[in-house]
Design a protein around this ligand. Structure first.
Ligand code: SF4
Ligand code: SF4
Ligand code: SF4
Ligand code: FES
Length: 942
């Protein structure tokens, strides 16, 4: 594809009742009221020259280039700030307008670097382009004395520079930061000639509140804000539309290339999930794909003590197949299994689960969703009938009350957070339920109405108490419940929720949430009228994760908040394709489309197509695989793109299990922590090399298109096919679209999906089939997928993980904006500048009691292990609760997390670990069984 340039209509679209008809340069056009003259002209096919206007931002009217003439009006109004009126007759071209525009552009150019257009990046300067547009042939005056031409360059940010000499003070960057990103990091300081862009009160972008989302860089019409890669490599010449491979927001990007080299990733304005916005990871942190640590050849070793030996693909596949079959001969067909990756495409995941079911001959397949959102799948299926969120992201624009539970969207799901913040700034009310004071609680122009700062592990008590208030105060939507929900289950649930033990007063001693605050929050949620719940891993990664998901579903149903725009129960998914990997049949009990393996009719579909027999019994889950490995009954494991040794809880147990395996096969980009236990390493492909689809948190299926050829010579699905074939089950596809065709042919919710359809419409949200050919942005509109919504009783059962005198603090974990999960990718980019190491956030009160000062090295010990971190004193936590991230393997937060897990799905209880924290002194000998501590100094170089 040549370089894709999206049309810029100058000002944002308006919607509303009625229409206005105007004439632009003799062309009639009909637009919604409130539309600017500039946009109306663009819609009529007439581009008015402009500099300070762009259709992602509200008009500002500063450059005076977009002047027009309107019949019956004096002067030459700016078209970007003038709204249309019925019957207007507008002229965009006249000698007078040309002269005025030339004068303005000439003035700008007189204080603008003349060589900017000649630089490699120069093609990006709209000011120079505008000179051509308005017919300016020469600049008559150059300011020799007083000018901005020698203004300093701010190169503090690793990804972009700010060259004030090229700045025309159009304020597009400031408005982008305010209106799109919502960080308010930039201002125009000074007045008149001295006015200049400044990054807050700080001197540099890096020293400011800037979160490097790139919105200002994209908005800048000149080269003042420019990606460093554009400066280094030159302007791109072609683009490929693809999807970010980090989080579950699933932003669409134009990968822009010069020759075969990626120059930059530019968020795509028509991307259904992001509508042109991005965060620092997707926008800038893609360099890991070319990092020197990439392993590009298959490698083998007989024993973990041997050095790796590079081998051909043929040898690696033959060896792996032979060893897996030997294990099955010796220990039975169930002694092997595999794990699919939520980082891989739907097509890659589908083929791996097929390989396990058809070639391995068992259902021992699980996915990394086990350790994040498996309770979402269980809880929403029980109550609503399907394992997915109810809304599209756009729905938040219509929410009146937003309840964020156990999620930190500004760090974990930044682009959606920006959208949510836009809605909050327009007046939606906010309830935050979180043990930590996340940024959303108080951020520029946003303040939560309620922050229910609960004790970790008491989610269910809090959600029950909210529902208790709704029911006992008579705030429920009885008509909705009677029409839409199962009556018997509702009656039982109502009886349960009315119990005094569920009242805010009764639960306050456990939850720590003041009853009055909780009552007020419950009333706010019930009042809506559109109330939406957004939640994250702070809900699911608990021993009662599934119970909590059902508790939220109960609350949404009893208030009538499911099945229309602006409401719903919405999981913010972690990994880019965690929804897809679950959809594709990665769980041991479900075939694609969440259909149980015990259903003979479903098995028959695949048995007929695959020409094999599928077992009717569910296989092993990840924790069962670990236990069975230690017990000696599970001996061989294929791991696709998942770093079990870093990401799974109780690492000592995980490592013991991995060590016990006769054969561990790891397919990944890098030699990760798990690869230390592997016998076979199969190189994987980065998202820039993949061809397929990802499915984001709103069930949106997006195309992932290859920007470059596979650097290791094969696509990951080809490897799975060849391995299956070598094991005696012939498996092959012509290409990735054929795999999607098989998925569509066998999975009712995907029946209407094909590469051709996606290429035509951009993206679709499943279900996409005959009933919903355009996909389904909002689910459960008239009826729930299961028919009637089902209330489920959700008694609060405290976790068995308790604090004690020895372990008096609760550790909870989360992530940070700049890093991603185990950090394998982001640690190999300049994002490390923002987060060199994981730290322990501890309340000053707890720190003082322990003699801990800011930056001190502390030992964090739980019942299963201990690690060292540097302390950060923070009042974001309540006393008694400490917090860390898990992005760096050396500090290894999961050394201390325990084996406790969700009762229904085995999702680990990452969010509640009883720990003790103390100052680390080298004289202290680690307790028996504890991991040898690693110094944080080493961590920072890890
Ligand atoms: S940096 Fe760019 S966007 Fe910001 S004011 Fe200057 S020219 Fe405009
Ligand atoms: S990169 Fe994003 S956060 Fe930083 S100043 Fe620009 S718009 Fe604001
Ligand atoms: S919000 Fe998520 S999907 Fe979007 S650019 Fe950032 S990491 Fe990528
Ligand atoms: S584009 Fe209208 S005033 Fe600048």
């Amino acid at each position: 594809m040549t370089l894709l340039q999206e049309r810029d209509y100058g000002t944002p679209a308006r919607s509303g009742p009625g229409t206005v008809e105007v004439e632009v340069d003799g062309r009639q056009v009909t637009v919604p009221p409130g539309t600017s003259v500039m946009r109306a002209a663009a819609l009529a096919g007439v581009d008015v020259p402009k500099l300070c206007a762009t259709d992602r931002l509200e008009a500002f009217g500063s450059c005076r280039i977009c002047l027009v003439e309107i019949d019956g009006r004096k002067g030459t109004p700016a078209s970007c700030t003038t709204p249309v009126e019925p019957g207007m007759r507008i002229s965009t071209q006249s000698p007078r307008l040309t002269k005025l525009r030339q004068g303005v552009v000439e003035l700008y150019l007189s204080d603008h670097p003349a060589d900017c257009q000649d630089s490699l990046a120069g093609g990006d300067c709209e000011l120079h382009a505008m000179a051509t547009t308005v017919g300016l042939e020469q600049v008559r005056y150059r300011t020799d004395g007083h000018s901005h031409l020698h203004a300093p360059v701010d190169d503090s940010n690793p990804y972009f520079t700010f060259d004030a000499s090229s700045c025309i003070v159009c304020s597009r960057c400031v408005r982008a930061c305010d209106q799109i990103q919502g960080t308010f990091a930039l201002t125009i300081s000074g007045r008149g000639f001295d006015s200049a862009v400044s990054a807050g009160a700080a001197e540099t972008f890096m020293g400011s509140e800037c979160v490097s989302c790139g919105a200002c860089v994209q908005a800048c019409p000149t080269t003042a804000l420019e990606e460093r890669t554009v400066v280094d490599l030159g302007m791109p010449t072609r683009s490929v539309l693809t999807t970010c491979a980090y989080c579950g927001v699933g932003c669409s990007f134009k990968a822009e290339l010069r020759g075969d080299e990626v120059v930059r990733m530019v968020p795509y304005k028509d991307g259904g999930a992001n509508e042109g916005h991005s965060c620092v990871k997707g926008r800038f942190a893609w360099g890991y794909a070319a990092h020197e640590d990439r392993v590009l050849s298959p490698m083998l070793r007989e024993s973990r003590d041997d050095p790796w030996r590079e081998v051909s693909w043929d040898e690696a596949i033959a060896y792996t197949a032979r060893r897996l079959q030997e294990i099955q001969r010796r220990h039975g067909s169930h002694a092997i299994g595999g794990i699919t990756s939520s980082r891989c495409t739907n097509e890659e995941v589908y083929v791996v689960q097929k390989m396990i079911r058809a070639a391995f001959g068992n259902n021992n397949v699980d996915t990394c969703a086990r350790v994040c959102h498996s309770p979402t799948g269980y809880g929403l299926k029980q109550t609503f009938g399907t394992s997915a969120g109810t809304q599209d992201f756009r729905s938040v624009d219509a929410a009146d009350v937003i309840m964020v539970i156990g999620a930190n969207p500004t760090d974990g799901h930044p682009v959606f957070a920006s959208r949510m913040k836009q809605r909050l700034r327009k007046g939606a009310r906010l309830i935050v339920v979180d043990p930590r004071r996340i940024d959303l609680v108080r951020t520029p122009h946003i303040e939560a109405d309620h922050h229910l700062q609960l004790q970790p592990g008491t989610n269910v008590a809090v959600i029950n108490a909210i529902a208790h208030v709704v029911v006992t105060d008579g705030l429920l939507d009885r008509a909705y419940v009677e029409e839409r929900c199962e009556p018997d289950e509702y009656a039982h649930w109502e009886e349960f929720i009315r119990l005094e033990e569920n009242s805010p007063e009764a639960t306050e001693p456990m939850t720590g949430v003041p009853a009055a605050d909780l009552r007020a929050a419950a009333r706010l949620y019930a009042a809506g009228p559109n109330s939406a719940i957004y939640y994250g891993l702070g809900v699911t990664e608990h021993s009662q994760g599934s119970t909590m998901v059902m508790g939220m579903a109960n609350l949404a149903m009893v208030t009538g908040n499911v099945g229309r725009n602006g409401v719903g129960v919405n999981p913010l998914r972690g990994q880019n394709n965690v929804q897809g990997s679950c959809d594709m049949g990665s769980f041991p009990h479900e075939l694609p489309g969440y259909r149980h393996v015990s259903d003979p009719a479903v098995r028959a579909i695949y048995e007929d197509l695959w020409g094999t027999t599928i077992e009717a019994e569910p296989g092993l889950r990840i924790p069962n695989m670990f236990d069975a490995a230690i017990a000696g009954t599970f001996r061989g494991m294929f791991v696709q793109g998942e770093d079990l040794a870093q990401s799974d809880p109780n690492q000592a147990h995980v490592k013991a299990a991995l060590s016990a395996l006769d054969l561990l096969v790891v397919q990944d980009l890098f030699l990760n922590e798990t690869a230390a236990f592997a016998h076979v390493f199969l190189p994987g492909t980065s998202f820039l090399e993949k061809n397929g689809t990802f499915t984001n948190a709103e069930r949106r299926i997006n195309r992932v298109r290859p920007v470059m050829a596979s650097r290791c010579g094969k696509q990951e699905w080809e490897v799975a096919c060849e391995l299956a074939t070598a094991m005696g089950y012939p498996m092959s596809y012509d290409d990735e679209s054929q795999i999607m065709d098989e998925i569509a042919a066998t999975t009712p919710t995907f029946a209407g999906v094909s590469f051709a359809h996606l290429d035509e419409v951009g993206s679709v949200q499943w279900p996409c089939n005959d009933k919903a050919p355009d996909g389904t942005p909002i689910m459960h509109v008239d009826t729930f997928v299961r028919g009637k919504g089902k209330f489920v009783e959700t008694p609060f059962v405290p976790t068995d993980e308790r604090t004690s005198r020895k372990y008096p603090l609760i550790l909870t974990t989360g992530r940070i904006l700049s890093q991603y999960n185990v950090g394998a990718q982001t640690r190999r980019t300049d994002n490390v500048l923002w987060h060199e190491e994981d730290v322990l956030e501890i309340h000053p009160h707890d720190a003082e009691e322990r003699g801990i000062t800011e930056g001190a090295t502390v030992r964090v010990a739980s019942r299963v292990g201990e690690t060292l971190l540097h302390a950060r004193l923070s009042e974001r936590m309540t006393p008694g609760v400490v917090y860390t991230t898990f992005h760096h393997p050396v500090s290894g937060a999961n050394i201390v997390t325990t084996d406790y897990s969700d009762w229904a799905t085995n999702c680990p209880e990452y969010k509640v670990t009883a720990v003790q924290v103390g100052l680390f002194t080298r004289e202290k000998v680690p307790e028996a069984g504890a991991q040898e501590p690693v110094t944080p100094a080493a961590a920072s170089t890890g």
